[in-house]
Design a protein around this ligand. Sequence first.
Ligand SMILES: NC(=O)c1ccc[n+]([C@@H]2O[C@H](COP(=O)([O-])OP(=O)(O)OC[C@H]3O[C@@H](n4cnc5c(N)ncnc54)[C@H](O)[C@@H]3O)[C@@H](O)[C@H]2O)c1
Ligand SMILES: [Zn+2]
Length: 358
Amino acid sequence: MKQLTIQSSQRNYPIVMEAGLRFHVKKWLNKKYSSILIITDDQIADKYLQDVAGSLDNEQIYSCIVPSGEASKSIEQYYKLQTKAIGSGLDRKSLIIALGGGVIGDLGGFVAATFMRGIDYIQMPTTILAHDSSVGGKVAINHESGKNLIGCFYPPAAVLYDTETLESLPYREVRSGYAEILKEGLISDNRLSEELLAFSLKQLSSDQLENHLEAGIKVKANIVEEDEKESGVRKYLNLGHTLGHALEATLGYGKITHGEAVANGMLFALHVSEDVKGVELPFNKLYNWMKINEYPIVDIEEERIAKLIKSMKSDKKSVSGHIQMVLLNKVGEPAVENLDDSSVEAYIRTYIERMKKL
Ligand SMILES: NC(=O)c1ccc[n+]([C@@H]2O[C@H](COP(=O)([O-])OP(=O)(O)OC[C@H]3O[C@@H](n4cnc5c(N)ncnc54)[C@H](O)[C@@H]3O)[C@@H](O)[C@H]2O)c1
Ligand SMILES: [Zn+2]
C-alpha cells in the first residue's frame, strides 16, 4: 500500500493506492454517513460497482450509472444526478463516491460540490489518466463552448486508487494516461522523463505502472499543495494542453483521447520552446516514443489552422486575447508564456514543415 496526504485550504485528504482497495472502502470512511451515492459509468459498473457497494455496511446505498464518455460531463447529466440525489433523500451528511475515470471524477465531484452547497465525496479513479484528475480538487462539467467551463475547486475527502482496476483498461486508455505521467516528468524531473521516453508501454509491468503512478501523483501533489487555485505553478500542469484542448475541440470530442491530444500538444510545446528559449529539447525522442506506442500523430492541415488559433484563444487559460502556453527552459524547468496569435500561427506552420521531414 502507498499513501500520502494532500494539504488543501479546506481540508487534508489521503491518497491511498493499493491493489484490491475496492473491497475495503469502509475502512477509509472517517465518519458515519447517512447515505451513500455511487456514481459510475456503464463500462465500469459491471466490473466494479458491486465490489465497492459490497464493501460498505451503510444501510442506504444508491448508485447511478451514466453513459461512458466525455459527453456525460454535461449540464443534462449533472441535472439528472442532482435529481437522483434529491429523489434518494441524500442530505448534508451523505457521501458521493465517484468510481471511474476523469469524466466520472469531474462530474461526480461537481455534483458533490454543489448538492446542498457541498457534501463529501471520494474519488475512486479507475483509469491511469485519473491519477491526475482525481488529485487537486478541480471538478467541472463542459459547456458546448468549451471544456470544463462550469466548475469549481472542491477537494475530495479521500482518493482511493485500486490499481487492480487498471488491469481491465484498454490499451488506448493506457496510452492516454501515460501522456499525463510523461507531462509530470517533463515539467519536474529529467530522470522520470528520460525513463519514460525510453520505454515501450506494451512491456509495462504492474510494478512499473505503480511506480510511475506514484511518481506522477507526487509531482501533482507537490504542485497543488503549493498553488491550489492555479495562480502560479499549477499552470505548469497545462504543458501540452493549449494545442491539446484545441485539437480535442476541433476534431470533435472523442475522436482522440485527452492524453493523445496532450501528447501532440507537448510535441508542439517542445517545438515552440526550442525557438523561444533557444534550447534543444527531446523533440525527436518524444516523436519516436509516440510512434512506438502508437499515439495518433495529428496531421494539421492548412484549413484547420484558423480554427485551432480561435479555439486556443477562447481557452480559459488565455489572457487579454493572448494564447497562453507552457514552455520548457529545459526538461524539469517549465515557464508560462503569453504569445500573440500571429506568432503561434507561425509556429504551427514551422511545426507542420518539421513534421513533414520526420
Ligand atoms: N480535474 C482535473 O484536474 C483533470 C485533470 C486531467 C483530466 N481531467 C478530465 O478527465 C477526463 C478524462 O479522463 P479519462 O481519460 O479517465 O476518461 P474517461 O473517464 O472517459 O475514461 C476513459 C474510458 O475508459 C473507460 N474505463 C474507465 N475505467 C476503466 C476500467 N478500469 N476498465 C475498463 N474501462 C474503463 C471509461 O468507461 C471510458 O470509456 C477529461 O474530461 C478531462 O477533462 C480532469
Ligand atoms: Zn490533462
